[in-house]
Design a protein around this ligand. Structure first.
Ligand SMILES: NC(=O)c1ccc[n+]([C@@H]2O[C@H](COP(=O)([O-])OP(=O)(O)OC[C@H]3O[C@@H](n4cnc5c(N)ncnc54)[C@H](OP(=O)(O)O)[C@@H]3O)[C@@H](O)[C@H]2O)c1
Length: 331
């Protein structure tokens, strides 16, 4: 019998998850039934959303149940198939979870083309975060040439792509990131026009310096005080894309913005988005972004750590800022 190392949710956290939130176990891999596939997971996607899936509250997706394998996006290889849609050797993206092997009926799994683009990119820029960036900034941000776009968590999986797409579309782009190294990366490697280092300067003063004429779009990945600061600088008709609020995910009750009346004064809008709503249009985004990656217009960075045993230590990097680009666990 083949062995499967598995990470399960054992306890719902109050505040920041601890090591005891999850447990590691070794299961046996059973035989597959008719219409099933056995996938060997190669890469596991680590996302801030995982923190939300631990809470027993109503959301856009049900919480992970106690005792269940921790939900996660994966890239893996089919090693056994009794499903006519998939062959052994196919590389698939799907929701394999934090485990070495997963068995499923193939629902929610998609074949990943084996092109010149490296596999981990298919859970980063060509996966969920990249789709979020593409549809968030184009469909919700409704950017046009000459707009000033501000994006938080700018060195991260979503933010780095949002900013680069806005540059491609002729916008002025300013990032917000934690620390000099990340700000240098955002400006010098990703080509943003400026960056505010929220860990070492006043965000209000930083936005004022970088966006003296105000902002047309704020792509919000972090919420909290940074959202409040951005609200101060809205131009007439500005759009705020509420993509995430990572600064609030480990708080017992999330705080809303104080400066919301700026929306009224500036006839501005603030709208939430969930990437899954765009699923039927993912192929369009994949095609366009693949081309940008191949011709060097769009830089995709993956930060990859190894070993399922290290899940918790690597997960923490989402919140302590110890990573750039898309965080991935290689199994
Ligand atoms: N709505 C959707 O459908 C959707 C889909 C995907 C992701 N999201 C959201 O998009 C956001 C970004 O996700 P991602 O996958 O791209 O993650 P990420 O940016 O790659 O990683 C998270 C980053 O957030 C920053 N951060 C952490 N704690 C912070 C705090 N207290 N204040 C300010 N910044 C903080 C850190 O960067 P620094 O080092 O710069 O602090 C960290 O690297 C998250 O809020 C996520 O939930 C939403």
């Amino acid at each position: 019998m083949m062995k499967n190392k598995v990470v399960r949710l054992t306890k719902r956290p109050n505040g920041f998850p601890s090591k005891e939130t999850w447990s590691n176990s070794i299961d046996e891999v059973r035989e597959i039934d008719k219409d099933e596939i056995l996938v060997k997971n190669l890469y596991v996607s680590l996302d801030p959303a995982m923190r939300g899936w631990l809470n027993e509250t109503r959301s856009y997706i049900p919480p992970v149940k106690i005792g269940e394998v921790m939900r996660a996006g994966t890239i893996g290889e089919v090693i056994k198939s009794k499903n006519s849609k998939f062959n052994e050797g196919d590389i698939l993206s799907g929701w394999g979870g934090v485990q070495q092997y997963s068995i499923s009926n193939g629902e929610g799994y998609f074949k990943v083309p084996t092109t010149q683009i490296p596999l981990p990119t298919y859970i980063g820029t060509l996966g969920m975060p990249g789709m979020t960036a593409y549809f968030g900034i184009l469909e919700e941000g409704k950017i046009k040439e000459g707009d000033t776009v501000l994006v938080s968590a700018a060195a991260g999986a979503v933010g780095s792509i949002v900013g680069q797409i806005a540059k491609i579309k002729g916008c002025k782009v300013v990032g917000i990131a934690g620390g000099k190294d990340k700000c240098d990366y955002v400006v010098n490697e990703l080509g943003f026009d400026g960056c505010v280092d929220y860990k070492n300067e006043s965000v209000v003063r930083g936005i004022k310096r970088e966006c003296p004429d105000g902002i047309d779009v704020y792509f919000d990945n972090v919420g909290g005080e940074i959202l409040d600061a951005a609200l101060v600088f809205l131009r007439i008709g500005a759009r705020i894309v509420v993509c995430g609020a990572i600064s609030q995910y480990n708080e017992m009750s999330a705080k809303g913005p104080n400066n919301y009346l700026s929306l009224l004064v500036n006839r501005a809008s603030m709208k939430g988005m969930v990437v899954f709503d765009y699923a039927k249009n993912y192929p369009t985004a994949t095609k366009e972004m693949s081309q940008w990656i191949l011709d060097g217009t769009l830089k995709s960075k993956e930060d990859i750590y190894e070993g399922i045993e290290n899940f918790y230590e690597v997960f923490k990097k989402l919140f302590n800022g110890e990573k750039k680009g898309k965080l991935i666990l290689k199994l």
